[in-house]
Design a protein around this ligand. Structure first.
Ligand SMILES: NC(=O)c1ccc[n+]([C@@H]2O[C@H](COP(=O)([O-])OP(=O)(O)OC[C@H]3O[C@@H](n4cnc5c(N)ncnc54)[C@H](OP(=O)(O)O)[C@@H]3O)[C@@H](O)[C@H]2O)c1
Length: 367
């Protein structure tokens, strides 16, 4: 059972998801004599970590306090000095860490440093919740690749657009608000070029209709350079990367760069399209911990076929459009139901008249 103070630390960690990458989002609560004397969450890269924010808030009251931290404090000097040193110097009596840091530079060394200084340390209070919250960071530490969430809004018959390509709107207001809120928690959003041509999305995070202060990197998979230079995805409001191949015209790539975006030439896959595995590697190198793939169906088909999706956010709207065009996941599909991609740890949420289904894709070989 997760303790009350660790639950609060997890809430603090969740509140900064998406603003700390490539650092993990961490929360810290300092408790002395049954009273919270300081709390904090990780600040943007280069600024204070959760422990330091909480220690500053507590001041002298940190002496003899117990720290509840959602991740093992780091003992190495990165962009900021070690948090273990700050906890030791402040005279904290005990540290409860939800989980060890999967970063090989930390991995147990933070705990060792605290114990060596005579601080009592436990690990495991709120571990499952913390690792879920940090799923992007955990995968990134293990692989150098972003955690990939495939998202679509589909009708009851699995269509993401009507037969003309019109998709405004598949889902209702509550589901769209939920999706915008989620965009604030990711580092990058990817879509296929057909989506740009048919829908011209801005791909920005606008929770409550207002542009978020920090915007995810906007990424378009566009093998041949079909993104129009006046596309909204190239407009101000966020950084943009167009992932392309050598098949796109060099003039177009230069124009994309003049528009302030990056035109990244990647190797083609077997069908001449942007190699998505190479794109994930490139995004990992840019510190992207979490990538939201917003379709359309042709892009999702490649993503699932290559086994690159970790999680699915499906919004299902109680509507039927019929026809054969614009399935949520295109391609040839599997021949047998037993080969369907099944999700696990599924959560279902009602959003107005729509339903959000969230679940994890089993890693290949898990079945
Ligand atoms: N309801 C929703 O959630 C939702 C979300 C998104 C889109 N939509 C709708 O879906 C429609 C567009 O979807 P779509 O399925 O036709 O196309 P899409 O998935 O948006 O774009 C597919 C195109 O992306 C390019 N691409 C580059 N690398 C790729 C790769 N590795 N794998 C696959 N594609 C790659 C390809 O064009 P090149 O070969 O030229 O590069 C491909 O034809 C629009 O009507 C849009 O409004 C709905």
């Amino acid at each position: 059972m997760t303790s009350e103070y660790m639950r609060r630390a997890l809430e603090l960690a969740a509140s900064v998801l998406g603003s700390t990458s490539p650092n993990p989002s961490v929360g810290c609560v300092l408790v002395r004599e049954g009273r919270v004397v300081g709390e904090g969450a990780t600040q943007p890269p280069g600024q204070a970590h959760a422990e330091v924010v909480a220690l500053r808030a507590a001041g002298d009251a940190a002496r003899g306090a117990v720290a509840y931290v959602t991740l093992e404090p780091h003992a190495h000097t990165g962009r900021t000095p070690p948090c273990t040193d700050a906890l030791i110097a402040a005279g904290v009596r005990a540290v409860h860490a939800a989980t060890l840091d999967p970063n090989p530079l930390v991995a147990g060394r933070g705990v060792d440093a605290l114990r060596a200084a005579g601080i009592e340390v436990t690990v495991g209070d709120g571990e499952a919740e913390s690792r879920r919250l940090l799923e992007g960071y955990v995968k990134y530490c293990a692989t150098g690749l972003p955690f990939v969430v495939a998202k679509f809004a589909a009708t009851l018959d699995g269509k993401i657009a009507a037969s003309s390509g019109d998709s405004r709107w598949v889902a209702g207001e509550a589901a769209r608000a939920w999706a915008h809120e989620f965009r604030t928690r990711v580092d990058a959003i990817l879509c296929g070029v057909n989506n740009v041509l048919l829908d011209d999305p801005r791909l920005t995070a606008r929770p409550g209709g207002v542009a978020a202060a920090r915007q995810p990197l906007r990424v378009v998979a566009d093998s041949r350079g079909r993104t129009p230079l006046d596309a909204k995805v190239l407009s101000p409001g966020g950084a943009t990367l167009i992932a392309t191949t050598g098949a796109s015209p060099p003039d177009w790539r230069a124009a994309v760069e003049r528009a302030g975006a990056e035109a990244l030439v990647l190797p083609p896959d077997a069908r001449g399209r942007v190699d998505l595995a190479a794109l994930l590697r490139a995004l990992g190198e840019r510190g992207v911990l979490t990538l939201l793939v917003e379709g359309g169906g042709v892009l999702h088909a490649s993503l699932f076929a290559a086994g690159l999706a970790d999680k699915v956010h499906a919004i299902i709207a109680p509507k039927i459009v019929g026809g054969m065009r614009y399935p949520a996941v295109a391609g040839t599909g599997v021949a047998r139901m037993a080969d369907a991609i099944a999700l696990h740890d599924v959560e279902v949420q009602r959003l107005g008249d729509d339903v959000a289904i969230v679940g994890y894709v089993a890693a290949r070989g898990d079945a």
